[in-house]
Structure formats: structure tokens, C-alpha cells
Design a protein around this ligand. Sequence first.
Ligand code: FAD
Length: 290
Amino acid sequence: MTDAAPVRFSYEFFPPRSEPMQNRLWRAIGQLERFGPLFFSMTYGAQGSARQVSIDTALAMHRESPVPIAAHLTCCAAPRGEVDAVARGLYEAGIRRIVALRGDRPEATEPFADEYPSVVDLIASLRRLGDLDISVAAYPEPHPRASSALADLQHLQRKLDAGADRAITQYFFDPDCFLRFRDRAVRLGIDKPIVPGILPVHDLERIKRFSERCGASVPAAYDALFAKVEGRPEAQYRLALELTVELCERLIGEGVDCIHFYTLNQTDMCLDISLALGASLKPAKLTSAA
Ligand code: FAD
């Protein structure tokens, strides 16, 4: 990382479901806030009680951390009034960043009659709510629901035109996949930032299973690479670290100046990656968050 173009990081967490997980989350926050991240984000649960945990955790993070908090908010599988009430509650509590999403409908459930028809409508409604910084999701490898790569990109354009400030991508492992996507977006006229979402390979088999559902591809070469370090957790960790740093360095070399990390609430890897990319630690509670 050069002095001229410092790269900024954001870190995504998911809501903790137990006390040990809660402790791990707060430890992660305490360690990563010292990099002065752009923001921490808190994902939103797919249904009922998980949603309340997301909201409560985002609010607690907002109260406790000097880093700005972005609350994820999904609009499918909930009445519009409920989504609006959550957005208003977050806004009134002082949260000024939202990651606006459609989300996934839980299996075997019917839409509510008064759901937001599309995330585009949610974004327009958030814009009317107040001075919010809105991020949306983008898919370098088209979303499984997309009819084509072009339709996917045009949908992203509609989300940005509706008032979103930036797109954060689904994770990917091939830098060229992101770079081609960014080029196609620019050719279509998209001029807002597209921030790469980076997932360190904590557990290859788990990532492969998840990737089948979300349409991301895992390089075939990873099988052989991780097979060589099987049963050696330290070597596995080093390999995952090297692969992720290499991916980020390539992106930074191509002009990327913000990176969003899917932390899976595990700090060590994101801490080591951030340090390897040149982030400097600052005294706790003295971050330079924008
Ligand atoms: P959309 O952008 O509405 O749709 C996804 C794709 O479907 C579009 O790209 C497009 O190809 C197609 N599509 C949808 N509507 C239309 C239309 N009208 N016309 C044409 N094509 C259309 N999930 C959670 O449950 N909680 C989270 O906190 C969460 N955080 C995320 C954060 C990021 C950065 C990313 C990348 C994903 C996240 N997800 C989260 C996953 C996300 O909810 C799923 O990928 C979901 O299936 C799509 O949500 P979306 O907002 O991208 O939807």
C-alpha cells in the first residue's frame, strides 16, 4: 500500500448466536477497529428472531465502537411496514449506513401481500428517510436468479440509480473475474464504486458447499493446494493467508482502493491480511474512521 493511495477496509460480521460467539465478535471488533476501518457491517438474519439479534447487535456496535456501523437490511419475506420500522429505528439510533438487500425467501414461504416488490423500491424509500450512505450487493459471477450477466448488471445499475452509493461484491477468488465485471460495469455507464468483497479461505470444503448455492466458483487448483497442507492447521492458515493477500494485492495494483472483508467473525486472518496489505494499527479507540 502506498502513501499516495491508502487502501481502506471494511469488515463484515454476522450476529452471534451464543455467549461464546458474542465474546468472539467483541474481541474481533476490538482488534480490527484499531485499523480505522471505513465501517463495520452487521448482516441481517433471514427470519424473525435472527433479525432481532442482528438489529440489537448493530445497535450495540454503534454504541460501543468508534467505527461507523453499516446495518444490512433485507426486504423480502417481511411486510413493508416492518422493514420501514427497522430502518427508522436504526436511523433514529444514529446509524447512517445501510447495506440494502432483497435477501432470500425462506423455503416454502409465500410473499407477504405488501412486501417491497424489489430492493430498488427499498433503496428509494431509504433515500427518502434521510441522509444515509447506502451500499448494495453486486455479483461478478452472475446471481443464480439472473437471466443473464447483462440483466444482472442492468439490475445493479437500477439499484445505483435508485440512490445507492456503492456496490459491494459477492466474494470471488479469481481477480480477473472482478476486473472484467468492473470493466463491463463501466462500459454500461456505472460510475459509482464497486468494492470487492473478499472471503479468506478458512475452510475450503465449507466454502465449496456454500459457493454452489450462491453461484461463486472456487478455483479447481485450490483442491490440490489445500490437499498438500491437509491435517496441518498452521500450514493451512498460511496458505489461506498467502492466497488472500495475493488476490488483494492484484486488486490494489489494478486501482482498487477499498476492500470489504467477510470476516466470519474470525479476527486472526483478517488482522494478518490487513497488516500484510500495509494497514497500520492505531491506539485503541483512536481510529480515523471516515
Ligand atoms: P437483488 O439485487 O434484488 O437480486 C439479485 C439478482 O436477481 C439480481 O442481481 C438480478 O440478477 C436478479 N433480479 C432481481 N430482481 C430483478 C428484476 N426485477 N429484474 C431482473 N433481475 C432481477 N443475505 C442476507 O440474508 N443477509 C445479509 O445481511 C446479506 N448481506 C449480503 C451482503 C453482500 C455484500 C452480498 C453480496 C450479499 C448479501 N446477502 C445477504 C445475500 C443476498 O441476500 C442474496 O444474494 C440474495 O439472493 C439477493 O439479494 P440482492 O439484494 O442482491 O437482490
